[in-house]
Design a protein around this ligand. Structure first.
Ligand code: ZN
Length: 287
C-alpha cells in the first residue's frame, strides 16, 4: 500500500479523478467522509491510497484555502468575473456582490468587461481601477489575461451571453482539444452533462464550469454586515473611520462616505455596498 498526495481534477457520481506526480487515478472516497458530512470537491488536495496503476481511495482531504458550493470548487486562487458592456447591459450590483464574496473567500477577483466594441468600457474600467481589470472585444489581444493563469487555479464567472466560452477558448485554444482527451480517458463522452473539471491552461489550471452568475460559498456566513467592508478593497485606507463600528453607509463624519464624495471611492461601488449592507442587515433581523 502506498499513500500519495494529489489533487482532484474532476468528479462524477462519487468517482474522482486524482492527478498525482505518478499519474491520474480514479478514486472513490472513504465512507468516513460521508459520515462526517464532507464531500470532496474538485480542487481539493488529498492524500490517497493506491490500489493499482489506475485506482485508489481518497483517505484524507487536506485543509482548504477556500471552498465554494456553487460552483463546487476548492482552493481557487482567482476568479475572472465577466461582465458585458452591452447586450446584456452590465449588472454592477451583481458584479460587486461577486467581488465581495471572492475577496472574503481569499480569491483574487479579476474583472473583465466584454463586448467593448459595442459600448466603450472606459467608464466601467475607471470604476474598477482598484482591481486587475480588462476590456476585451472580438479582436483584442488576450495575452495579458493568459499571463495571469501561470501557477494559479482560476475559474470564470459570468451570465450566459457575456461571452465566457468564447473568451476562454481564445485564451486557451487547446482547451477544446484537452476536453475531448480527458473525457475519453475517463470513459465519458464529450457531450455528457456539464460538470466542473480542472484543465491545464497556460501554466496553471482553469475550471471549466457551466455559466454561473452566483457564488455560493460553502461557509454561508462569508458575507455578513460586520465584515462586508472587507469585501470592498477601496475602503481599506478609510476603514479606521472615527466612528467605532461605523457601517460606512451615510454618517456625515464617516471617512468612507467622505472619500466617496471626494471621488476617491467610486460612487457606484459605495452604492452597491450600501444595498448589500441593507440586505444583510434585514436578513439578520429575520433570523
Ligand atoms: Zn465609516
Amino acid at each position: 500500500m502506498s499513500v500519495i498526495e494529489g489533487r482532484i481534477h474532476s468528479g462524477v457520481g462519487g468517482s474522482y479523478a486524482v492527478e498525482t506526480g505518478e499519474g491520474t487515478f480514479s478514486c472513490r472516497a472513504r465512507g468516513l467522509f460521508r459520515k462526517q458530512g464532507i464531500t470532496p470537491l474538485v480542487g481539493d488536495l488529498v492524500r490517497m491510497e493506491r490500489i493499482d496503476e489506475e485506482e485508489g481511495y481518497i483517505q484524507e482531504i487536506l485543509p482548504r484555502k477556500n471552498a465554494l458550493a456553487r460552483p463546487p470548487l476548492a482552493n481557487l486562487d482567482q476568479l475572472f468575473l465577466l461582465c458585458s458592456t452591452a447586450q446584456p447591459r452590465p449588472n454592477l450590483r451583481l458584479l460587486d456582490t461577486l467581488i465581495a464574496v471572492a475577496e472574503l473567500s481569499d480569491i483574487e477577483p479579476v474583472v473583465v468587461f466584454t463586448k467593448c466594441d459595442l459600448a466603450g468600457g472606459e467608464d466601467l474600467a475607471r470604476i474598477y481601477r482598484a482591481f486587475p481589470c480588462f476590456m476585451v472585444s472580438m479582436d483584442s489581444d488576450v495575452d495579458i489575461i493568459r499571463a495571469l493563469f501561470e501557477g494559479k487555479t482560476s475559474a470564470f464567472c459570468g451570465n450566459t451571453g457575456v461571452g465566457k466560452s468564447t473568451l476562454l477558448n481564445r485564451i486557451v485554444p487547446e482547451l477544446r482539444l484537452s476536453t475531448g482527451e480527458i473525457s475519453a480517458k475517463l470513459g465519458r463522452g464529450r457531450h455528457t452533462t456539464r460538470h466542473v473539471e480542472l484543465y491545464p491552461a497556460a501554466g496553471g489550471w482553469v475550471a471549466d464550469t457551466p455559466g454561473f452568475s452566483a457564488l455560493e460559498p460553502l461557509e454561508q456566513q462569508v458575507l455578513a454586515k460586520e465584515n462586508l467592508a472587507q469585501g470592498f478593497r477601496e475602503f481599506e485606507p478609510y476603514r479606521g473611520c472615527r466612528f467605532l463600528d461605523c457601517a460606512h453607509v451615510k454618517d456625515s463624519g464617516c471617512a468612507v462616505v467622505k472619500a466617496m464624495k471626494a471621488g476617491e471611492i467610486p460612487r457606484s461601488r459605495h452604492e452597491s455596498y450600501c444595498a448589500l449592507h441593507e440586505t444583510l442587515k434585514n436578513k439578520k433581523d429575520w433570523e
